[in-house]
Each structure stands twice: as C-alpha cells, then as structure tokens.
Design a protein around this ligand. Structure first.
Ligand code: SF4
Length: 340
C-alpha cells in the first residue's frame, strides 16, 4: 500500500436556506493514494459534486458550513489561508468541470487561458509558456495545437473543449485531479477517448484522481476504488472488483441493474433506480434510502427510524444497511446477479 495522499475525515457541508438546513454532505470519510483513482458515484443531489468543491475550497465565502478535515499531504485544506489555498489550486490540485464552456472564459483564446494557468504559478517567458501549452494541447490529442492555441473556446467542438479543459487542469502537473462528470455531455466515442486519455496521463504523471459520476460504467472503466453516495452519506465503499462482484448495498444494486450494457438495446438499458433522490432538507428518517428500497422486509431493524451505520462487510469493503451481511450476499446472488 502506498502512502495516503488525500484523507477526508468526517466531512460535513451544510447550507442554511430559508426552508431549512441542506445537509449536502453529512459525515463523509475516504482516502486516496497517488497514482490511483477513486470513483464517487451517486445521483444528482447525492453530495458528490459538493464534496469535490469542498476539496478545492470553492465553498469558502459562500453560505456553506464546512467542517471535518481534508488533508492533502500534511496540509489540512480546511484550515489554511485563502492565499495558500490559491497557490495549491492548479499547481497541486486541479479540477475538470462538467461543462468546459462555462469554466473557460469566452473572450480569451484557449492558449491565453492555459498560458495564464502557468504564469500564475511559475515565472516563465511568454515563449516558454507558449511552447509548454502547445505541447500539452498536443498531448491531450488536440490536432494542430499551434493553430488551436489562438482560437476561442467556441471554435472548439465539445470533445476538443473537454480536452482543452483537461490540458488546463494538467498544465502544472497537479498531484490531485478531480474530474466532475467530465464525459457526461460527450458522445460515447469521445467519452471513451477522454477516459483513455485520463488513464494514460495518470500513468505519465502519477496523479491521484477523483472521478465524480452518476455512471457506474465510467467507474468500471477507470477507478481503483468506488464510493457510492446517497443523501449526502457514503453507503458503500470498496475496491472496484469487490464493488462489482459483491456489491453490498441495495442502492448500489439499483445502480448496477440500471447500468448501460452494450448487449441490450437502448430502451431496455434505461431502467433508473425506482423513485426519486431524497430532499436534503427533509432527509427521510432512519435509512435515507428506505422510501425506495425493495429489501426492507429483510431488515431486522425498522429502516424508517433507525439510521444504519457504515460498517465493514468484508475486508476493505464497508456498507450502510441493517440487513445482515450473509443475507445481503444471498439476496444479491439470487435476485440481482441474474439481472446483470
Ligand atoms: Fe434498505 Fe433498510 Fe438496508 Fe436501508 S437499511 S438499504 S432501507 S434494507
């Protein structure tokens, strides 16, 4: 086992609103080594994107109440000054957003924006910065990078813009890269290319990656560990193979049975988890998943009033459900595995 590079301990991100307190993230803990990828999976509103913004320090100066610890190496990101955080962003940790058009400035050329990403952290000549940027644009698979340098974001296709965002995130060789649904808006072929690209860049730079997604298929492609979030909490956390071969939480089962498969036609593939994600203002009491859970009858405790703890089910495999582990294993192999 390598050294833990990122350690998140008991993270809470709450937003006071006129309608009540939104508990977007409620006691989340995980860690990550260099050169490995953690996939954080969940529906919208599960708290996964709020978690990534908390790591980047992007809730500062907002109404969010953030508590817990986020250690990057030996620095607690929640305790450092704004200036130190700014110097870490881009250089030590960087983020790829879902929508590169809104993350890139429309009035500046792609080359200028990437150049600034370098010069904000390093003293380099204009010519050297340009060389580095053109080289990076080429490495992320953008053809004619020298010409593309002088173009504006709107002149790039969706896939090329996403590559430019990845280039911007990687330009200072960050040790932690957070990618928030980086492939959602892209067609399947470009999606596969972007995931390939991230994998090979990880091999090259040894970065730690957090991949935020609603799509277990993406996680299967790229992650080493998987963390499933529901209602602001982790409900399952395991190594990739375990999570796929012995998923241990009814919500994960729902995600798995709704996962796209190439051998099924499109209509058949779109089977979402029944019901709606919970309101984070009025999180259902007990297990937040109980209104949607088809397995409550197997629980020895009342799911609508007793909150399940996150407990170890197998070595390096935790989950949050009242049903005893052997019974869950039986339910999975009898009722879920045949559908996969
Ligand atoms: Fe379902 Fe109850 Fe387990 Fe929650 S605790 S996942 S409601 S069986």
């Amino acid at each position: 086992m390598g050294e833990k590079f990122l350690r998140v301990n008991d993270l809470h991100v709450h937003f006071p609103t006129d309608d009540g307190l939104v508990k977007a993230v409620d006691g989340l803990s995980f860690d990550l080594e260099k050169g490995t990828t953690l996939g954080i999976v969940g529906e919208s509103g599960s708290g996964k994107s709020v978690t990534s913004l908390a790591i980047m320090g992007l809730h500062r100066h907002s109404r969010a109440r953030v508590s817990g610890e986020i250690w990057l190496d030996d620095v607690n990101l929640l305790e450092i000054e704004d200036e130190e955080l700014r110097s870490l962003r881009g250089r030590k940790m960087a983020m790829i957003f879902q929508d590169p058009l809104s993350a890139m400035h429309p009035y500046y050329t792609v080359g200028k924006q990437l150049t600034e990403a370098i010069t904000v952290h390093h003293k380099v000549s204009k010519a050297d910065a340009r060389r580095t940027v053109v080289d990076m644009l080429g490495r992320v698979g953008i053809p004619n990078p020298n010409r593309r340098f002088d173009q504006y974001p709107h002149e790039f296709s969706g896939g090329m813009r996403q590559r430019a965002m990845i280039a911007m995130a990687l330009i200072n060789d960050p040790e932690l890269l957070i990618a928030d649904e980086p492939t959602t808006a892209l067609d399947v072929t470009v999606q596969a290319q972007i995931l390939d690209l991230m994998r090979s860049l990880q091999d090259e730079f040894g970065s730690a990656i957090i991949m935020i997604t609603h799509d277990l298929g993406v996680v299967a492609e790229i992650a080493d560990d998987v963390l499933v979030m529901y209602g602001g909490k982790c409900v399952e956390y395991a190594e990739l193979d375990d999570a796929f071969h012995q998923p241990d939480h009814p919500y994960t089962w729902g995600l798995m049975t709704s996962m796209p498969r190439l051998d099924r036609d499109r209509q058949e593939r779109l089977v979402p988890v029944a019901g709606n994600p919970p309101s984070l203002i009025n999180v259902p009491p007990g297990c937040a998943f109980h209104p949607r859970c088809a397995f409550r009858e197997y629980s020895p405790l009342p799911c609508d009033s007793v909150v399940p703890e996150l407990l170890q089910s197998y070595p390096k495999h935790d989950s949050r459900c009242h049903i005893p582990v052997p019974k869950r294993a039986e339910l999975f192999s009898e009722q879920i595995a045949p559908k996969l």
